[in-house]
Design a protein around this ligand. Structure first.
Ligand SMILES: *[C@@H]1O[C@H](CO)[C@@H](O)[C@H](O)[C@H]1NC(C)=O
Ligand SMILES: *[C@@H]1O[C@H](CO)[C@@H](O)[C@H](O)[C@H]1NC(C)=O
Ligand SMILES: *[C@@H]1O[C@H](CO)[C@@H](O)[C@H](O)[C@H]1NC(C)=O
Ligand SMILES: *[C@@H]1O[C@H](CO)[C@@H](O)[C@H](O)[C@H]1NC(C)=O
Ligand SMILES: *[C@@H]1O[C@H](CO)[C@@H](O)[C@H](O)[C@H]1NC(C)=O
Ligand SMILES: *[C@@H]1O[C@H](CO)[C@@H](O)[C@H](O)[C@H]1NC(C)=O
Ligand SMILES: *[C@@H]1O[C@H](CO)[C@@H](O)[C@H](O)[C@H]1NC(C)=O
Ligand SMILES: [Cu+2]
Length: 584
């Protein structure tokens, strides 16, 4: 097996300890640069050390990873999350802002420092202000000297797929959660990218077998992926090794990963296209002229043509529910706590569209949730202190937790849990409605595990995991628009164990960032340190629409009032850029 590392990709230092585990250090200076990855528009992107695309993080199982982040953006705070890593014992290094840390303000630095004991294909991205679609997203690969598949391939190749917007997220988000967008229509990407570019040639040597590590780093679109003339053999999903399983086409939601083996042909007679095609079912309106596809080629002979991909008749992807984990971990039969999450989209009385779990849309607390745990002693087990809008779920040490998620929305949503991979024990077809335990089919004996899974339109999923990782772990839709509209729950796992592990052990730079960002670090969700049950002053969502009011009715009413005041001016306002982005 060979891995290619250009000098650009090499970490700045690499120290081997006696037992072979290394410390891999990256210095990341985050700043705006310019790029034109789809050849259609140059735009500002968030780069690292003056470059974009940003470098992959590469380490070996057992290593310590240190990422020194400097925020040189000048006009936005930031953070990094290491998607899929369990952060066992280091929940304070997980990255989501106002959950496990304060934002890293402009001009400040923050050091992420953690060990990785899990091999596989991951990625890292900003977990602040819906920023990662602005380019702050890159692969994170953990090599495994003991991989059960290591004798099955000669070389590995990382491939990222992603959607791409010409507008900046700060502008697009302002238009998305807004009275100007009462239906909650998500901006549609302008392009699809592979490795943050288009038309990517990959040199292939005949007869060799390659491990393709594929990552969907997109904000919104799932991608159908297929290689003409070659079968994919799936061996890993989201860091979990699988029994090798053949697939002609996969469906990769935002944030999912697939490692597949592809054996090259013995002849160099022709080159072959591969395609990533964005799932347009996700788009409310498909703009005229949108090309949902991105193409690359397996190039056996660079003097030969790279053929245009053949049009396919139908998308018939492999169903990931059928995968079997290589370790055959058995179904958790006995459930200690079932968490039912009923999700929907609806308007609140500001006219904007929000996303809800059990009628609550997430609003960030005044104090990062981890710091509420660390500053409230025995009261940390009382869910009340975490506020009215964080969808907090308290988990007890080592219990088996079942999440039943009922999607009361006609859209597809990829759900992600931080800190764990979960067993996917049931997944309905579309329009199945809520999960009905009594009518449920037999559960698989060795369910597929991963950290991000799709729930189908008006369908349901059932996930199980063991609460063996004390920490604050978000459970959220990985469509970045829905993070903004509040489709987030907060798992507060063994809070007293978190205190035992971390009280007094949070590095000082974490607190320094809070001070610089002017964020309080003690007390309940409202920052109250005296009466922890008093949430006066907490951040809350707008109120519900009055009973009897149709959402669209009140929106029309607000519009006519505003129109009466502003006259023709409102037409210009309604036609602002964020709205235009949706209709092409
Ligand atoms: C931040 O700076 C970038 C690069 O100069 C600019 O394109 C963007 O509009 C700025 N964002 C905000 C919110 O001011
Ligand atoms: C990273 O954490 C380890 C363990 O707590 C500590 O020994 C080490 O000094 C830290 N390194 C940095 C650069 O913060
Ligand atoms: C795609 O990008 C990754 C880094 O993000 C790099 O390691 C890999 O070699 C690239 N693949 C190709 C085929 O250029
Ligand atoms: C390539 O040739 C080898 C050796 O003859 C053979 O074992 C293998 O099956 C061939 N591969 C393909 C894809 O035809
Ligand atoms: C994208 O690929 C699909 C599947 O082959 C095809 O039907 C469609 O026409 C392609 N679109 C464009 C703009 O090439
Ligand atoms: C925690 O709750 C108890 C009552 O259960 C109360 O007496 C105590 O003062 C609280 N602790 C703090 C720090 O507010
Ligand atoms: C976290 O580490 C403990 C041992 O310290 C282990 O029992 C547990 O399974 C680990 N959890 C995860 C999610 O890796
Ligand atoms: Cu969603």
């Amino acid at each position: 097996m060979a891995i290619s590392l250009s000098n650009f990709l090499l970490p700045i230092s690499l120290f081997l300890s006696a037992v072979g585990a290394a410390t891999v250090t990256y210095d990341f200076d985050v700043s705006w640069v310019h790029a034109n990855p789809d050849g259609l528009q140059t735009r500002p992107v968030m780069g690292i050390n003056g470059k974009w695309p940003i470098p992959p993080i590469v380490a070996t199982k057992g290593d310590r990873i240190i990422v020194n982040v400097k925020n040189s953006l000048g006009n936005e705070s930031t953070s990094l999350h290491f998607h899929g890593l369990y952060q066992n014992g280091t929940t304070h290094m997980d990255g989501p802002v106002m959950v496990t840390q304060c934002p890293i303000p402009v001009g400040s630095s923050f050091t992420y420092n953690f060990t990785v004991d899990q091999p596989g294909t991951y990625w890292y991205h900003s977990h602040n202000k819906g920023q990662y679609p602005d380019g702050l997203r890159g692969p994170l690969i953990i090599h495994d000297p003991d991989s059960p598949h290591k004798d099955l391939y000669d070389e590995e190749i990382v491939l990222t797929f992603s959607d791409w917007y010409h507008g900046l997220m700060s502008d697009l988000l302002a238009g998305f959660v807004s009275i100007a967008n009462p239906s909650g229509a998500e901006p549609v990407p302008e392009s699809s990218l592979v490795n943050e570019t288009r038309d990517l040639p990959i040199s292939i040597e005949p007869g060799k077998t390659y491990l393709f590590r594929m990552i969907n780093m997109g904000a919104f679109a799932a991608q159908y992926v297929w290689f003409e003339g070659h079968t994919m053999r799936i061996v890993e999903v989201d860091g979990i090794y699988t029994e090798p399983t053949d697939a002609e086409m996969i469906y990769m939601t935002a944030a999912q990963r697939y490692s597949v083996l592809i054996t090259a042909k013995n002849s160099t007679d022709a080159n072959f296209a591969f395609v990533g095609s964005m799932d347009q079912d996700l788009f409310d309106v498909v703009p005229d002229g949108l090309n949902p596809n991105v193409t690359g080629w397996l190039v056996y002979d660079s003097t030969k043509d790279n053929p245009a991909p053949k049009e396919i008749e139908a998308f018939e992807p492999f169903d990931d529910f059928d995968l079997v984990p290589q370790d055959k971990e058995e179904l958790y039969e006995h459930v200690d706590q079932t968490v039912e999450l009923n999700m929907k989209m609806d308007n609140l009385n500001d006219g904007a569209n929000y996303a809800f779990f059990n009628d609550v849309t997430y609003v960030r607390p005044k104090v990062p949730t981890l710091y509420t745990v660390l500053s409230t002693g025995s009261n940390a087990t009382n869910p009340v202190i975490y506020g009215s809008n964080t969808n907090q779920i308290l988990l007890k040490a080592n219990e088996v937790v079942e999440i039943v998620l009922n999607n009361d929305d006609p859209g597809k949503h990829p759900f992600h849990l931080h800190g764990h991979a979960f067993q996917v024990v049931s997944r309905s077809e579309e329009e199945a409605g809520a999960y009905d335990v009594s009518a449920a089919a037999d559960l698989p004996s060795t369910p597929m595990r991963r950290d991000t899974v799709l729930v189908r339109p008006n369908g349901n999923i059932v996930l199980r995991f063991k609460a063996d990782n004390p920490g604050i772990w978000l459970f959220h839709c990985h469509i970045e628009w829905h993070v903004a509209s509040g489709l987030i729950a907060t798992m507060i796992e063994s809070p007293l164990d978190i205190q035992r592990q971390l009280a007094g052990n949070i590095p000082t730079d974490h607190w320094d960032n809070c001070r610089a960002a002017n964020v309080p670090t003690e007390g309940n969700a409202a920052g109250n340190t005296v009466d922890l049950l008093d949430l006066t002053g907490e951040f809350k969502s707008p109120g519900e629409l009055p009973v009897g009011f149709e959402a669209r009715g009140i929106v029309a009413l607000v519009f006519s009032c505003v129109a009466a005041f502003l006259g023709m001016g409102v037409i210009g306002w309604y036609g602002m850029a964020p709205v235009k982005a949706k209709t092409g």
